[in-house]
Design a protein around this ligand. Structure first.
Ligand SMILES: [Zn+2]
Length: 440
């Protein structure tokens, strides 16, 4: 196995002591971290390759716990319209989403994530097999769930066809070193009780995650109050759907009783404050979730909702919005936010035994941010620099599973230009469809 050494970097390990190695060294053997330590450590090891970190900041790869990457092809369409879901998203998806669109959109979205330091993402969409193939081809780690809805979808002629597609998808990808297959019933309001239970049984059968949008909209809360006299969380609990495999996106409108249930069931949480803020949907009770030590990671949501797929942007938003909302400058210090973006995301996806911190034995998913750009100096506190000053453009080097994918802010092997050209052609087709359908 090849040995790769990274030296001359400030390492934020995100281990239990939050150890920082100034001018440190990481030794990688094959796909895993072999050793981490101070300057000089590398002299004990024979390296096949050495990366000079050039005084950059080395962090664990960031985790995007909730997105729909392929929707990047629709980015900037109908952003500020009230009825956007029904006016833009559903009609466009019905008309245009096919295998090719998902393949192309996923590759483009994954490129954006890798170049911004996201090394693991969780995705729920249609033709999820195409997302998996794109992820595998580009070398990113992913938790991928086929979407299940109560209407015919782009890859199923019948309602709930996603369950069968999803089962085949799980069987195909189970045991892969980068892909964790999952099932993803879209939401409580787009799935009936029988099919939520079927999805839950499927997740249990294969011991894979189940991802779902939960308590995202006020309408959703009213519907469950009127029809069942329950909250969406109580409804899911009544179906025995909540457990450690469950990953809930959003959880904006949740009561303290809901929090008790979610805490007891130890679910994973994808917190998408950027998308929630843009849509004016509300502020999830993150403070309460963190106080309870629940498994919370950060997510961008789909690029039609959140517009960007990176997590650096989310870190800044999470810190600022919750400080503002709680009138508390001391809430969520930068170190806690960096933890949410890395180890927290790994915990939410139940991958923290593999990734999320820089420790011997863990997979080598690592990111170096350069510190030469004007926005990155001076540095008195690494965490503060990352959360309040850095942007996605500062990501210099990205390693997933021991493989260097991005160096000097460019892909080493992957040819992004071809994807960019294909996207331009698809953009034209989408524009024509919008004009033809009277959307503008
Ligand atoms: Zn979503």
């Amino acid at each position: 196995m090849d040995r790769l050494i990274i030296k001359d970097v400030s390492i934020l390990t995100m281990n239990s002591e939050k150890k920082i190695f100034e001018n440190g060294v990481v030794v990688i053997k094959g796909d895993a971290i072999e050793a981490v330590g101070d300057k000089g450590l590398h002299e004990k090891y024979k390296a096949d390759r050495v990366i000079d970190g050039n005084n950059g900041i080395l962090i664990p790869g960031m985790v995007n716990t909730h997105t729909h990457a392929a929707m990047v092809v629709f980015r900037s369409l109908g952003d500020d319209f009230a009825d956007r879901l029904k006016k833009y998203i559903f009609p466009l998806e019905k008309k245009l989403v096919d295998k090719n669109l998902v393949s192309l959109g996923s590759k483009y979205g994954i490129a954006e994530m890798l170049l911004s330091g996201v090394t693991t993402f969780a995705d729920m969409y249609y033709f999820e097999d195409e997302v998996a193939k794109a992820a595998k081809e580009m070398g990113i780690r992913a938790v991928l769930g086929e979407t299940v809805v109560n209407f015919p979808s782009p890859d199923s002629k019948v309602p709930y066809g996603g369950l069968d597609v999803g089962e085949q998808f799980i069987e195909k990808w189970l045991g892969d070193d980068l892909i964790t297959p999952a099932i993803a019933p879209h939401a409580t309001y787009t799935n009936d009780s029988i099919h939520i239970q079927k999805a839950s049984a499927l997740a249990e059968k294969f011991n894979v995650p189940m991802m779902m949008h939960v308590a995202e909209m006020e309408d959703e809360i009213k519907k469950y109050r009127n029809e069942y006299n329950m909250t969406p969380v109580q409804y899911l609990e009544s179906l025995s759907a909540l457990n450690e495999r469950f990953i809930a996106a959003h959880l904006i409108h949740v009561s303290m009783d809901d929090m008790d249930i979610l805490d007891k069931r130890n679910i994973g949480i994808a917190h998408n404050i950027g998308a929630n803020a843009k849509a004016g949907k509300g502020v999830p009770p993150l403070k309460e979730m963190v106080n309870r030590k629940m498994r919370v990671g950060l997510g961008s949501d789909g690029p039609m909702s959140g517009n960007t797929l990176d997590i650096i942007n989310q870190m800044s938003l999470v810190a600022k919005i919750h400080k503002l909302f709680n009138h508390d400058r001391t809430l969520f210090p930068a170190r806690d936010i960096v933890e949410m973006a890395t180890l927290g995301g790994a915990r939410a996806l139940k991958l923290d035994n593999l990734i999320g911190s820089i420790e011997p034995g863990k997979k080598a998913d690592l990111v170096i941010l350069e510190t030469d750009s004007v926005n990155m100096q001076p540095i008195y506190d690494y965490y503060s620099t990352l959360v309040y000053a850095a942007n996605a453009g500062n990501v210099d080097t990205v390693i997933v599973n021991g493989k260097v994918l991005v160096r000097n802010k460019c892909f080493i092997e992957y040819e992004i230009e071809k994807i960019q050209q294909e996207l331009k052609a698809l953009n034209l087709k989408i524009k024509m469809e919008c004009i033809y359908s009277g959307m503008n």
